[in-house]
Design a protein around this ligand. Structure first.
Ligand code: EPZ
Length: 432
């Protein structure tokens, strides 16, 4: 098992680079299957989830080469219509191949993603969209079986009880690109990752209007071609570094910071008292420029406050005087990190999707257990501020979404290391 060991209590300072966005890369990789020729994606983060998606594409017949953050995907051999359980259980985003499979192969057998540490996470909206486009869907033996004799454009609403869905919007738009006629999707997601995919598909030859709004119109085309594209920086990794600067009362310059996609996170942190300054080649984040004040946060779809930053902000607010409230509306059960933060000395109560955080003067290091990707990021952030030693177990979660996290933090002054022992990892990875 690998663990991250942190000796906290030191303000971070210096420059920290942000890698390419994981959640933008994964749908782009799937989209390359729609092309008749190879695509090259640059600035791809070297992460476990990216490697898993590469394996999924290979299992479908594509050729994938990945080195030095550049990925070349040749879809020439794309002919397999099954994404098996062993792949999908490792990563829910594997379901992104379903849209391209239906569009190009007219058939898909994809394992149903199971439960997940952050909630139940259904895929009903993906399936609804495919059905609207004319696919027949059946569920059998844990698999989604989808077939069509040709997708046809349609007009429908894709939002669910929690609002719009990033994954369903991406998946259904990919299918609609090669459908006959016009598709109008209302209630579409507006997240930057969705916009990135729309840009990518448009470069491939797709005809899409309304990207970044809640109504997306896709005019089906006969075929798409491979392209060269560079992925945007990861807004959640950048936000995680912002909380690391703030909680350690440090001073960081975040390089390649996609500030234009981070308004909700930045303005909430400004409200608390963190100072931001655009320094041309980066965003300076100062956690040492004055006193902090409590706040209330409610997660929401973009441009609202992102659920993927909720855990890290909770860690920070645990050290801010006063009583702060966090309401989680996207994944109401995404609070497993709260009890682990309490082990580090935080004062947090969670009831019915709402966390009440009483700021404490100091956190104190302890062994803690990561339950998912952002929870593990929050525990690392808290460990950076905690007095003494924090040991974060199950760090395989963090490798799904943060490239070289210990090195990046060490380079700005953190005392942090990864240690390995012979104990086996004590849990299978929950997919998310
Ligand atoms: C993406 O997941 C991200 N994952 C998640 O990031 C992120 O938390 C989430 O969007 C919300 O921003 C990737 O991009 C790979 P959704 P996704 O479909 O697409 C409900 C991380 O930490 N819903 O937008 O699966 C759903 O339960 C990960 O990097 C349905 O009801 O999220 C949730 O309440 C974790 N039916 C809401 O919609 C569906 O068919 C939003 O989910 C699909 C979703």
């Amino acid at each position: 098992m690998q663990r991250i060991v942190i000796n906290g209590g030191k303000p971070l300072s210096g420059r920290v680079p942000v890698s390419g966005s994981k959640n933008a890369t994964l749908p782009l990789m799937a989209a390359t299957l729609l092309g008749r020729s190879p695509s090259v994606i640059r600035n791809v983060p070297d992460l476990r989830d990216v490697q898993t998606m590469a394996d999924v594409l290979r299992s479908l017949g594509a050729t994938v080469d990945f080195s030095e953050h550049t990925m070349r995907i040749d879809p020439a051999g794309f002919s397999n219509t099954e994404a098996p359980y062993d792949m999908v259980r490792k990563m829910r985003a594997s379901i992104y191949v379903m849209g391209p499979m239906l569009a190009r192969l007219r058939e898909a057998k994809v394992s149903l993603p199971g439960g997940c540490a952050i909630g139940s996470r259904p895929v009903d909206l993906h399936l609804k969209g495919f059905q609207e486009l004319g696919a027949d869907i059946a569920l059998e033996h844990g698999y989604i079986l989808a077939k069509t004799n040709g997708l046809r454009g349609a007009e429908f609403n894709l939002s669910g009880a929690a609002g719009s869905s990033v994954g369903a919007t991406c998946n259904v738009v990919m299918a609609a690109c090669l459908a006959s006629g016009t598709t109008v999707i209302r209630g579409a997601a507006c997240e930057p990752d969705v916009v990135e995919l729309m840009d990518f598909l448009t470069k491939m030859g797709a005809r899409i209007e309304g990207s970044g709004t809640s109504t997306i119109t896709v005019q089906g085309v006969e075929s798409l071609e491979g392209i060269v594209h560079s992925v945007v920086s990861d807004r959640i990794e950048a936000g995680t570094f912002m909380t690391a600067a703030a909680i350690t009362r440090g001073d960081l310059i975040i390089e390649n910071c996609p500030s234009m996609h981070m308004e909700a996170t930045i303005s909430k942190m400004q409200e608390i008292g963190v100072v931001f300054e655009d320094v041309g080649d980066g965003l300076r984040v100062r956690g040492n420029a004055g006193d902090f004040r409590r706040t209330d946060i409610q997660t929401a779809t973009y441009p609202g406050f992102p659920t993927d930053m909720q855990a890290q902000l909770m860690a920070f607010l645990a050290t801010v005087p006063g009583t702060s409230i966090i309401k989680e509306t996207i994944y109401v059960d995404r609070f497993l990190h709260a009890a682990e933060l309490v082990r580090l000395g935080a004062s947090i109560r969670v009831l019915s999707g709402i966390a009440t955080i009483e700021g404490v003067e100091r956190l104190s290091g302890a062994p803690v257990m990561a339950s998912d990707l952002r929870a593990s990021a929050a525990l690392v952030v808290a460990g950076l501020a905690a007095e003494g030693t924090t040991i974060v177990n199950r760090v395989y979660h963090i490798d799904r979404g943060y490239e070289s996290i210990e090195k990046k933090l060490r380079d700005v002054g953190a005392t942090i290391a990864r240690v390995s022992d012979n104990e086996p990892d004590d849990a299978t990875t929950p997919p998310f």
